[in-house]
Design a protein around this ligand. Structure first.
Ligand SMILES: [Fe+2]
Ligand SMILES: [Fe+2]
Length: 245
């Protein structure tokens, strides 16, 4: 925690709120729509974004950032593919397993394709990171990667969870290999007390990020990077607005 932690906290809470109040996520959270096709289509599109996250991390690791952040990013990236033996599934395989448990057939999963909006939002995410990297802005690289790759991921999946757990029924947390574990290991902790509670990806990166923020100007860079992430996320969910009741 430093003198800017409270400011970072307020900015981040506000930005999470902007995402959670997107009508599509509000609808999913509130069970206002019983149309499961819409939710399935959304999950299938969201899968393509999940695949792009490793790309994002590779680009972030190539950026000029401090060694501590680089090590954390490498570690997170390697967790996607948990072993060298080939005996254990990757997180991507866990995602497919969850989609099947939710009732989406493997045939549907294999035949799904990213929409133009999904492709644009993935490209926007990678281009934004490349711009931050090219401008040697360590704070923007870390803030953007952490927010779009960890904090918002957990918040999105938390928003999906009421519907996922409804479909999975009893012991949903045990049945879900992907969504529940990512809520747990990605989610943020408060910037104000993250030093004492540092067990998630977002908090590991958050602790390192806070150390880099030493001026009001740095806070502005953080805010700019988070705002860019919010804009990309909102555009992804906009594509489902016409599916709402
Ligand atoms: Fe993962
Ligand atoms: Fe993560």
């Amino acid at each position: 925690m430093n003198q800017f932690s409270s400011q970072l906290e307020a900015i981040e809470i506000h930005n999470i709120d902007r995402i959670l109040h997107h009508p599509v996520l509000s609808c999913i959270r509130g069970h206002c729509c019983s149309n499961f096709d819409f939710f399935y289509d959304l999950l299938l599109q969201r899968r393509f974004v999940s695949h792009a996250i490793t790309n994002l991390y590779d680009l972030a690791i190539d950026s000029k950032i401090n060694q501590e952040c680089k090590t954390i990013l490498r570690r997170i990236l390697r967790e996607e593919y948990p072993d060298y033996s080939g005996n254990y599934p990757s997180h991507r395989e866990d995602l497919v397993a969850d989609l099947e448990k939710l009732g989406i057939s493997l045939n549907t999963i294999l035949n799904s394709r990213a929409t133009e909006v999904t492709k644009l939002s993935i490209q926007a995410m990678l281009d934004q990171l490349l711009d931050y990297s090219a401008s040697y802005s360590q704070i923007k690289v870390i803030a953007f990667t952490r927010f779009i790759g960890e904090v918002l991921v957990a918040e999105e999946y938390k928003a999906f969870w009421p519907r996922i757990s409804f479909i999975l029924g009893d012991a949903a947390k045990k049945k879900s290999r992907f969504f529940w574990s990512h809520i747990r290991h990605d989610q943020r902790n408060s910037f104000v007390d993250s030093v004492t509670r540092s067990s998630t990806h977002a908090s590991h990166l958050g602790i390192s990020l806070v150390k880099c923020i030493q001026s009001e100007n740095h806070v502005s860079l953080f805010k700019e990077a988070e705002n860019a992430a919010v804009a990309i996320k909102l555009s992804f969910y906009d594509q489902f607005l016409n599916r709402l009741p």
